[in-house]
Design a protein around this ligand. Structure first.
Ligand code: CUA
Length: 340
């Protein structure tokens, strides 16, 4: 008796813990259930419609099943097999017609919304952004504005943004749950998706396709700004890319020296440097380092000392830097701001 109680108690506490963990899924700006733009709203409507119908069907089936199990159970003294009944035209027609109608109720809006969303591509007013996924980071290029950045995606609120997505290595998927999506990024191919944030704010983006050891850490941020603020950002960004601000302190200058020698083959600042790793023009203004941890000096140092320990499988090599070199680099990176 005691062990059954214990089992039940264990199950109950597990369910309670699960409920607590799952409440995290309702986080604003990271949830498909709290849509923040027109695409996400349409997708949310379809989710609610299909889930309600399926829940209704599930409940009705369970109620009928329970009723039948109780009503026709074997009673004491009852022997032999009950009378066997086969075939009922009326019932068969009923359970063919009902699912057919339910499927139509789900299919018509689904197809209509799919075509409706597709129709709105190649919108001349939309901001164009080229997204390239890498193991395990995101590159954002604004071809019309002449800007390249990484990890933090800036967009104007209340305006359509058209993304052309691809991958530099394996298949990833571009997903901003609160704004809509998702879409695969395939090497050698491009896909398109348009999204819009209704209000300014910070939204969370995720890679939604298993792509390697650090798939779960392949996050990005979306900063939706008022259109005027976005234009100001774009202007500053473009100016900074053309001519990065000079470094102020001696430590930062030493860091810049190390950066030029050891990092620039892969990382660019402004228009200068390689394209294999994130462009760092506005690094000091990014929310996160490596997409996952708060942009603080201690963590930047940790990352530079051993990148594989932070994000296993990423392509940043361990440069075996001395603590002094790491500090100098951290100082230099902390000067990389666009909004001076
Ligand atoms: Cu990239 Cu998962």
């Amino acid at each position: 008796m005691k062990s059954r109680w214990q089992r039940n108690w264990r199950l109950l506490s597990m369910l309670m813990a699960l409920a607590l963990v799952l409440t995290g899924c309702g986080k604003e700006n990271l949830s498909t259930l709290i849509p923040q733009g027109p695409v996400a709203e349409k997708q949310f409507f379809l989710m609610v419609l299909t889930s309600s119908i399926m829940t209704g069907v599930f409940l009705i089936v369970i109620i009928i099943l329970t009723y039948v199990l109780i009503r026709y159970r074997q009673r004491p003294g009852q022997t032999g097999i009950p009378k066997q009944v086969e075939g009922s035209h009326k019932l068969e027609i009923l359970w063919t017609v009902i699912p057919f109608l339910l499927l139509i109720v789900m299919a018509v809006p689904t197809v209509a919304i799919a075509f409706d969303l597709a129709k709105e591509y190649s919108n001349k007013d939309a901001l164009q952004v080229k997204v390239t996924a890498h193991q395990f980071w995101w590159e954002f290029e604004y071809p019309d504005l002449g800007i390249v950045t990484a990890q933090d995606l800036y967009i104007p609120a209340g305006k359509k943004v058209e993304f052309t997505v691809t991958s530099a290595d394996v298949i990833h998927a571009f997903w901003i749950p609160a704004l809509g999506g998702k879409i695969d990024t395939n090497p050698g191919l491009t896909n398109k998706i348009w999204l819009q944030a209704d209000k300014p704010g910070t939204y969370f983006g995720k890679c939604a396709e298993l792509c390697g050891a650090s798939h779960a850490l392949m996050d990005f941020k979306v900063e939706a700004l008022e259109p005027a603020a976005f234009d100001a950002w774009a202007k500053k960004m473009k100016a900074a890319e053309a001519a990065p601000a000079p470094t102020a302190t001696a430590a930062a200058a030493q860091g810049q020296e190390i950066f030029r020698k050891s990092c620039m083959g892969c990382h660019a600042i402004g228009n200068e440097g390689g394209k294999l790793a994130p462009n760092l023009t506005n690094f000091a203004e990014r929310h996160k380092v490596a997409g996952i941890r708060d942009n603080k000096k201690e963590f930047v140092a940790e990352w530079l000392t051993d990148p594989q320990q932070v994000k296993p499988g990423n392509t940043m090599p361990n440069l075996h830097l001395s603590p002094d070199q790491v500090n100098a680099l951290v100082e230099y990176l902390s000067t990389l701001k666009v909004n001076q």
